[in-house]
Design a binder for this molecule. Structure first.
Ligand SMILES: *Cc1c(COP(=O)(O)O)cnc(C)c1O
Length: 400
């Protein structure tokens, strides 16, 4: 590529002709066939495919119990309920996360208390957790940001010392490992997402893993109106059975249509992770000398799930802002994302808790600089080259 090639916004030509959508799911013929078979079976609600997906998920995550629901948000909410989090309780959550992680604390009637993240890893800061603990604190929700496992030993040590529950937000972290253990097998509750952009997709969907049988049973009931066990079976060939309402539950169950997509997706997880690992390496090596930082290498004895590849712009060395950089990439036909604008900067949380930008300086700084680049296992080599060329082109043109 010639130096100082003109970006499209300055009247140049785009690096590619068709738009590269950010976070496109990797859907294969197997999923299409499986969904069609489920439709043809006429059993489209919660049934045998959900049960199969749950047992495959238990095997993959080495957890004793996995219970499927219709989103990770639902999984997090039910984990709050099953942990008996209620009005007056405080739950510590990083400010640097997706809205759902904190919103569910409100859904349970409790109060989210933000803490900061570590500047290098973007994961919850251990020191910051300790500063936020009061006598009302009941739980911590660590988020494995971008697929990088949090320091679970340090978190569990604090949790034990103060008798707090740990609920992991593993929306990014299916496939991740911490000190030889699979994410999903460690804490009282771990919550996964199968939203369209995630590493395993079911359209919408989520999973809760736990090693506690009673908790698993409760979650299954809470997810289906609080009806007594196995209520979904009431229309099967086992004959009609009455159910009892034992809790005013929610409508959070997963359907067999969703589960039938999830089963082949889960079976391809290692293969897809390898593809993303390869792309990750390529991005790292291509971006060495630009006005941006690539992600920190993962900690030893951990396995990164490679969900989001994020660059941090060195704004001091650029003539444009992060949003302008993204807009320039967009005009080159490259879709990108921002994960995330810290929650303490959002209207509701800012006004409700009176937060200032610099209350959580690391969250704030990352919020201003971060851009997520396409990393789906559905990308071709050419797609990734286009992303790299576009980033280099915009960097070259606008660097000071
Ligand atoms: C996607 C996501 C969620 C919510 O997942 P849904 O399945 O869409 O409800 C929660 N937390 C994080 C960190 C996420 O990225």
């Amino acid at each position: 590529m010639s130096q100082k090639e003109k970006p499209v916004i300055e009247g140049g030509k785009p690096v590619r002709d068709n738009y590269l959508v950010f976070g496109q799911p990797d859907i294969q013929q197997e999923e299409t066939d499986a969904v069609v078979r489920t439709l043809e079976s006429k059993w489209i609600g919660s049934g045998p495919k959900v049960k199969l997906f749950e047992s495959e998920f238990e095997k993959y995550t080495h957890s004793k119990f996995a219970r499927a629901v219709n989103s990770c948000t639902a999984a997090l909410h039910l984990s709050m309920i099953a942990s008996e989090i209620k009005h007056g309780d405080e739950v510590i959550v990083p400010s640097f996360t997706f809205a759902a992680t904190a919103n569910v604390i409100h859904h349970a009637g409790a109060t989210p208390v933000f803490c900061d993240v570590d500047r290098a890893t973007c994961n919850i800061s251990i020191k910051s957790i300790e500063e936020k603990i009061t006598e009302k604190t009941k739980a911590i929700i660590p988020v494995h940001m971008y697929g990088r496992p949090c320091d679970m030993d340090a978190i569990n040590e604090i949790a034990e010392k103060h008798s707090l529950k740990v609920i992991e937000d593993a929306a990014h972290a299916i496939g991740a490992e911490y000190h030889g253990e699979k994410i999903g097998s460690i804490s009282p509750f771990t919550c996964f997402s199968f939203y369209v952009t995630k590493n395993v997709v079911t359209g919408e969907g989520g999973m809760i893993t736990t090693n506690n049988e009673e908790a698993a049973e409760n979650i299954e009931k809470f997810a289906l109106h609080g009806l007594s066990k196995g209520a979904w079976e009431r229309f099967t060939d086992k004959g009609y059975r009455h159910y009892e309402v034992i809790y005013p539950g929610f409508k959070y169950n997963m359907t067999d249509i969703q589960a039938s997509m999830g089963i082949p997706q889960l079976a391809r997880i290692e293969e897809n992770l390898e593809k993303r690992q390869k792309m990750w390496k390529k991005y790292d090596s291509e971006f060495e000398d630009l006005a941006l930082k690539v992600p920190e290498p993962e900690e030893t004895k951990t396995r990164h799930a490679r969900h989001l590849y994020t660059i941090e712009l060195e704004l001091e060395k650029l003539k444009i802002s992060r949003d302008e950089f993204m807009q320039a990439l967009h005009k080159e036909n490259i879709g990108t994302g921002v994960h995330y604008i810290a929650l303490h900067l959002h209207k509701y949380y800012k006004e409700r808790f009176g937060h200032k930008e610099n209350d959580f300086p690391n969250s704030y700084d990352i919020s201003n600089r971060t851009i997520s680049l396409p990393l789906s296992s559905s990308l071709t080599d050419k797609d990734q080259e286009d992303v790299i060329n576009a980033v280099k082109k915009i960097n070259e043109y606008y660097k000071k």
